[in-house]
Design a protein around this ligand. Structure first.
Ligand SMILES: C[S@@+](CC[C@H](N)C(=O)[O-])C[C@H]1O[C@@H](n2cnc3c(N)ncnc32)[C@H](O)[C@@H]1O
Length: 345
């Protein structure tokens, strides 16, 4: 019957090698190809360009600076086959709802960029890394992308953060490693009388934070410092010189070597008023796939980074002088926790 696999051929497929593993390899492979296709559609500027208006292949070649129109056509056809764009076959190319979601939602865009880039590069480089090859420098080279992808935690953490901050009615709030500044904005919105300070060593991330504050109408109540929180002069002068009532350390602690974590927490304690609160968010070491992957990614970096487990976090906070509440998973079973810790009054 047309359309059905002949039973003899099917039997051969089922008997050959490891049929399930073959299926899995193909499925994983095609998912990886789709990921890279999405990333290429972002990185070539294709999706952004179609967001400004439909275009023929020739017009797109002009907009993207493509010199090989045949290759571009083949690329456009693949993008259309997975639904990122529509049109072709004599009609102008256009953005589909699926393509538009990448253009309009920066977390989707950052997902394609980060997973096709730094998150998978570690495996492409694993053989070299294992033989002592140069470590990765993702924080230095992709700081802004890491800050953007970190926004994925946002919805799971923001409610708890806003509630905690609102209860405290702080006068001053601090966001250490503020990245894109979304948490700083949420803290300021939860505490309308507060002034906020964000600090980030990545200049591009600090620019993103300033943009977020501007867009949310909070620029007048906040400042962003471009510096390493470990630098004593950054802590002793400027916007950090006066003490804070609440500090946030979200998705930052594992970028420091283990030996520097208690000193960092002590530095933060030194920036807080007596009775001040630290709200910490961190992915922790668990046997789950993402936790193991992230730990490997950290260990592949310059600078001896790694994940610690939730008990390790509690010990470090206690050693730094905080009274620590029980870590709570950000979602049931998630390998990331929030921890609140207070300084004695
Ligand atoms: C993964 S991002 C997290 C951003 C944000 N806190 C969030 O949760 O969305 C980590 C940020 O911490 C910053 N960072 C790392 N170490 C730092 C340090 N020692 N001082 C200041 N910023 C730091 C990085 O530049 C980066 O923007």
């Amino acid at each position: 019957m047309p359309g059905l696999i002949n039973p003899g051929a099917l039997w051969k497929i089922v008997r050959a090698g490891h049929p399930r593993a073959r299926l899995r390899a193909t499925r994983d492979g095609l998912t990886a190809v789709r990921l890279h296709l999405g990333a290429a559609a972002v990185e070539t500027g294709l999706l952004d360009s179609l967001a400004t208006g439909d275009a023929t292949t020739a017009e797109l070649a002009r907009r993207l600076g493509a010199v090989d129109e045949e290759l571009l056509t083949a690329f456009l056809r693949v993008a259309a086959s997975v639904g990122l764009i529509g049109g072709g076959e004599g009609r102008p190319w256009r953005l589909t709802a699926r393509g538009r979601a990448i253009v309009e939602d920066d977390l989707v865009r950052a997902g394609y960029e980060a997973f096709s880039g730094l998150h998978s590069a570690v495996y492409r480089e694993m053989a070299t890394l294992l033989r002592g090859g140069e470590r990765r420098r993702d924080m230095a080279e992709h700081g802004a992308l890491i800050a953007r992808i970190s926004q994925g935690f946002e919805s799971l953490v923001m409610d708890a953060l806003a509630r905690t901050v609102a209860e405290r009615r702080p006068r001053r709030v601090l966001d250490v490693g503020c990245g894109a500044g979304l948490e700083l904005a949420v803290m300021l919105e939860a505490a309308p009388a507060a002034h906020g300070v964000g600090i980030d060593l990545d200049a591009e991330a600090a620019d993103l934070a300033e943009r977020t504050l501007r867009e949310r109408g909070l620029s007048g109540r906040a400042s962003v410092v471009r510096s390493d929180i470990r630098d004593p002069s950054a802590r002793a002068s400027g916007p950090l010189a006066e003490p804070f009532d609440v500090a946030l350390l979200a998705n930052v602690i594992y970028y420091l070597p283990m030996a520097e974590r208690v000193p960092l927490l002590r530095d933060i304690a030194g920036l807080l008023n007596p009775g001040g609160l630290l709200f910490l968010v961190a992915t922790v070491a668990t046997p789950q796939f993402f936790s193991r992957h992230f730990d490997l990614l950290l260990r592949a970096q310059e600078g001896r980074m790694e994940l610690t487990d939730a008990d390790g976090l509690v010990s470090q906070l206690t050693e730094a002088g905080f009274v620590v509440d029980r870590p709570r998973p950000i979602a049931p079973g998630a390998p990331a926790v929030t921890v609140t810790a207070t300084l004695p009054g």
